[in-house]
Write a protein that binds this ligand. Structure first.
Ligand SMILES: [Zn+2]
Length: 135
């Protein structure tokens, strides 16, 4: 099995609801995302997937939808206040954890036809959450 991984960086703010700890308050992260693709076959050029295309597809979507936005639970009371101020938000049905962000990016990459194996969202230099689809 061949595997390639592209690293993407973006910034986001969030906070967690029903949570007792520092993450209950709005704060931000400089996130690193690992997009891991997997395939048993390569194309005629002996390439699994062009890194430039991978960057354009996934980073393009992240830049448009998530970068420099507040990622919030749809029921977070901050949502109406931020929307009223015209601040960019991205809403989740769940808490906007690194796990939820990893699943979101996985689903998005999969819907674009990428042979994605795993998405890792590094919230800090030492902590990541991953989502891996069924093979
Ligand atoms: Zn956080």
């Amino acid at each position: 099995m061949y595997r390639v991984t592209k690293e993407i960086h973006f910034c986001y703010g969030h906070r967690l609801m029903n949570y007792n700890g520092p993450c209950m308050h709005p704060h931000g992260h400089n996130a690193k995302v690992d997009i891991e693709l997997e395939s048993e076959t390569l194309d005629k050029r002996h390439i699994l997937y062009e890194f430039g295309d991978l960057k354009e597809i996934v980073k393009g979507w992240i830049d448009r939808e998530l970068d420099h936005k507040m990622l919030l639970h749809k029921d977070d009371p901050l949502v109406p206040a931020l929307k009223k101020l015209d601040e960019p938000v991205y809403l989740f049905d769940t808490n906007p954890t690194a796990e939820a962000i990893a699943k979101l990016i996985y689903d998005q990459a999969k819907s674009q036809g990428l042979p994605v194996a795993e998405i890792r969202v590094w919230e800090t230099h030492t902590s990541f959450a991953a989502y891996r689809g069924k093979p």
